[in-house]
Structure formats: structure tokens, C-alpha cells
Design a protein around this ligand. Structure first.
Ligand SMILES: C[S@@+](CC[C@H](N)C(=O)[O-])C[C@H]1O[C@@H](n2cnc3c(N)ncnc32)[C@H](O)[C@@H]1O
Length: 219
């Protein structure tokens, strides 16, 4: 990623960090929404305790659920303000875990490997999502899981103004359909399935009618 784009993306999300959890599916402040994500994450994750890497973890709401379920969680995000929120949330919940500032495309976890890699709503803002997918799979242990929660959001790109300067060059700007992501991931993994998520309003805190799904792959 160019330094210019990386710093524009970092600045955007640092500025967004304070208000980020106001969206129901970000902050998971309602019990119904939190429980809906907790059920899905428990179904997608291997047996606890597993080592899980949450890339582009934002304010860490999903990391905290996974830590609460008994997993050893590492969250990585480019934006220091997001990481600060995530660390505070984990500590307020009295849970252990680790949050690191870094690029999800090359997570700063050295030679460590993981049982599961989770990515929610990040692929659309990566300059080279194909390279990131390859890198993530290389970080997984044998039979490890890749869980990608993605979509093609109705509101995305409607203004015609890129969310940061240079964002119009992002290949999956606005989101990626389940069919297109399946085509990108299938050659890299042993097995995959897609779970549609648009129909479960509790996940989003409201009914939605655009495409939202999870792709769960085993390497
Ligand atoms: C839409 S938010 C999703 C946050 C979180 N995964 C969630 O679902 O609540 C996108 C996040 O990705 C982070 N991000 C964007 N580009 C990144 C990159 N190259 N590496 C790591 N994090 C990145 C942003 O800082 C932001 O926290």
C-alpha cells in the first residue's frame, strides 16, 4: 500500500473510532445483537481455547466475544485509536487478549500461527485483497479456519465521493459479493461454505436487504 493511502485510511478510522460503536452491529450494545454475533462466532470457531487472529478488528467487539468464549485472541488494526478502544473494552470486560497496531495484510505477529483468522468488513478497503488472503492462509495451522464476514452494502459509494483520497483504486471498494469472494478463495482452501446473514435482523440491529454473508473456509 502506498504511504499516502495508508495514512489517509489510518486517519479516517482514527477519526471514526470514538463514534464507531454507535452503530448497533459495531458496538453490540443491545443484548439481542450481542447474542446474535456470539451464537454465530461460537458456531464458526474451533473448540476453545483456540488461537484466533481478528484482522481489521476495529473497536474489538468480536474479539471480546471470542475472548469471552474462552479463546486466545489477537486483534490487529491500522488505526491506533481503534486499538485503544479495543484494548479498553477487553480490559473493562475483565478478559485477556492482545491488540496490535499494524497492517492486516501483513499482521505484525512474526512467525506465530493461528487456528482461526476472522475478518469482518475489511476486505473492501484493502489495496490488494488477493495478497492478504494468501498471507492469512499462510498464517493458519493445518486444518485452520478462515472466517470472512463481508457483503456488498447498499449505501456504499452512493455519494460518488471516495471515502478517502485514492479509495476509488481499491479493487473491492463498496464490498464484494459472495460469488466473487468464493471464486477468489476456493483455489486456496480445502473446503468452504457461505452462510447468508442478511435475513437475521438481530445481527444488524435492523432489517437489511443488501448482501451480507459469512464465508467459512478450512485450509
Ligand atoms: C468497517 S471497520 C470494521 C471493524 C471490525 N472488523 C468490525 O467488524 O467491527 C474497518 C476496520 O479496518 C481497519 N483497517 C483498514 N485498513 C486496514 C489495514 N490495511 N490493516 C488493518 N486494519 C485496517 C480500520 O481501521 C477499521 O478499524
Amino acid at each position: 500500500m502506498t504511504d499516502h493511502l495508508a495514512s489517509a485510511i489510518t486517519d479516517y478510522w482514527d477519526a471514526a473510532a470514538d463514534g464507531f460503536d454507535e452503530e448497533p452491529d459495531h458496538g453490540l450494545r443491545s443484548q439481542r445483537t450481542r447474542a446474535a454475533w456470539d451464537r454465530r462466532l461460537r458456531a464458526w470457531a474451533p473448540a476453545e481455547p483456540s488461537d484466533i487472529l481478528d484482522v481489521g478488528c476495529g473497536t474489538g467487539s468480536l474479539s471480546v466475544l471470542l475472548a469471552g468464549a474462552g479463546h486466545r485472541v489477537t486483534g490487529v488494526d491500522l488505526a491506533p485509536q481503534m486499538i485503544a478502544q479495543a484494548a479498553a473494552k477487553l480490559s473493562a470486560a475483565g478478559l485477556a487478549g492482545r491488540f496490535l497496531v499494524g497492517d492486516a495484510a501483513a499482521p505484525p505477529t512474526g512467525g506465530e500461527s493461528f487456528d482461526m483468522l476472522l475478518c469482518r468488513h475489511l476486505l473492501w478497503t484493502l489495496p490488494d485483497p488477493w495478497a492478504a488472503l494468501g498471507e492469512w492462509i499462510a498464517r493458519l495451522r493445518p486444518s485452520g479456519r478462515l472466517v470472512l464476514v463481508e457483503g456488498r452494502w447498499r449505501e456504499a459509494g452512493q455519494t460518488g465521493v471516495p471515502y478517502v483520497p485514492g479509495a476509488d483504486s481499491l479493487p473491492w471498494n463498496g464490498g464484494i459479493s459472495a460469488n466473487d469472494l468464493t471464486a477468489a478463495v476456493r483455489p486456496l482452501v480445502a473446503d468452504l461454505r457461505v452462510e447468508p446473514l442478511s435475513g437475521e435482523a438481530d445481527l444488524w440491529g435492523r432489517p437489511v436487504d443488501d448482501e451480507r454473508y459469512a464465508l467459512i473456509a478450512t485450509i
